[in-house]
Design a protein around this ligand. Structure first.
Ligand SMILES: NC(=O)C1=CN([C@@H]2O[C@H](COP(=O)(O)OP(=O)(O)OC[C@H]3O[C@@H](n4cnc5c(N)ncnc54)[C@H](OP(=O)(O)O)[C@@H]3O)[C@@H](O)[C@H]2O)C=CC1
Ligand SMILES: O=C([O-])CC(=O)C(=O)O
Length: 260
């Protein structure tokens, strides 16, 4: 499996190390890369023995099977359709790009027309299996997420006490916090949609973890799941689990037996 990477930040570097150096995904290798900073792109290309491209379009047109996005919501919105129409599968970190249902359906149509697939990792949360199972018979009634992070992992403003920065639905949350609340959109896609998924974002100066509390109820009963994430060393905004989940998606992409 020949992989192309967009974004050479925390998740991107973690994937390069895990796949090209540590060979954690059988038969897979990153062969091409685009990231905004060309100097960084060239350094990574040399370090991980792959080609760096000057534009995303050149990367898309190159001889690769799968593009892995680890950049921004905006990058996904701008390039996803082109990636899929070029016959490449797409693995997305910035799942917030899919907050709009019409856009989601538009990309789904493109996938069907071109025989391509979009993979959306669970990111820094879990429990998607429960939401999907309950939704299958329309038995899901309510999904809510409370995300608590230290202020420096959110808007960077220094705060003396715990402060609610946002309360509303996932659709508005990702508009206001596009780098922080992708998790609300993966929960929306598994469950009730971005307009019906409740979100609260709290900045807590005493917090050392990025925590996500998910509650849901429906005909199945109810669930409460708290994921207390350690941040990645170089980017406190991103939890380690988010990077692990992208790696796991790549590892299981073509497996014959699917778990969950
Ligand atoms: N699904 C989930 O649960 C989670 C998703 N995420 C999302 O995953 C994405 C990646 O996260 P992370 O690696 O930590 O982020 P980083 O900020 O560490 O890295 C992002 C990278 O993307 C590059 N970039 C920015 N804009 C562009 C562009 N227009 N074209 C190409 N590259 C670009 C940056 O380049 P430069 O260095 O030049 O700025 C940087 O290398 C983010 O959108 C983040 O919000 C994060 C955590 C959880
Ligand atoms: O990494 C996390 O804990 C969550 C996050 O930033 C996001 O969902 O965008």
């Amino acid at each position: 499996m020949k992989l192309g990477l967009i974004g050479g930040g925390n998740i991107g570097k973690f994937l390069l190390q895990s796949i090209n150096n540590d060979q954690l995904v059988d038969g897979a290798q990153f062969v091409g890369l685009y990231t905004r900073n060309q100097e960084k792109a060239n350094e990574l290309a040399e370090q991980y023995d792959l080609r760096s491209y000057q534009t995303i379009d050149e990367l898309i047109a190159s001889d690769i099977d799968v593009i892995v996005e680890a950049a921004t919501v905006e990058v996904v919105r701008t390039h996803a359709a082109s990636i899929l129409t070029h016959g490449k599968d797409l693995v997305v970190s910035s799942v917030g790009a899919f907050s709009d249902n019409d856009y989601f359906l538009q990309l789904e149509t493109i996938c069907k027309e071109h025989g391509t697939t979009i993979h959306l990792p669970s990111g820094a949360v879990g429990g998607l299996d429960i939401l999907k199972a309950a939704k299958a018979i329309g038995a899901l009634q309510e999904v809510a997420l409370t995300t608590t992070k230290p202020p420096h992992a959110l808007n960077g403003v220094s705060l003396e006490k715990k402060t609610v920065l946002f309360e509303g639905n996932a659709y508005e949350a990702i508009k206001q916090f596009p780098k922080n609340i992708n998790v609300s959109i993966i929960l929306s896609l598994a469950g009730l949609g971005s307009k019906e998924t409740k979100v609260k974002i709290i900045a807590d100066p005493k917090a050392s973890k990025n925590s996500h509390e998910i509650t849901a109820k429906g005909a199945f009963g109810n669930v409460k799941l708290v994921v207390e994430n350690d941040p990645m060393p170089n980017n406190p905004k991103t939890s380690y689990l988010a990077a692990l989940s992208v790696l796991s998606t790549l590892k299981h992409k073509d497996q014959s037996i699917k778990v969950g």
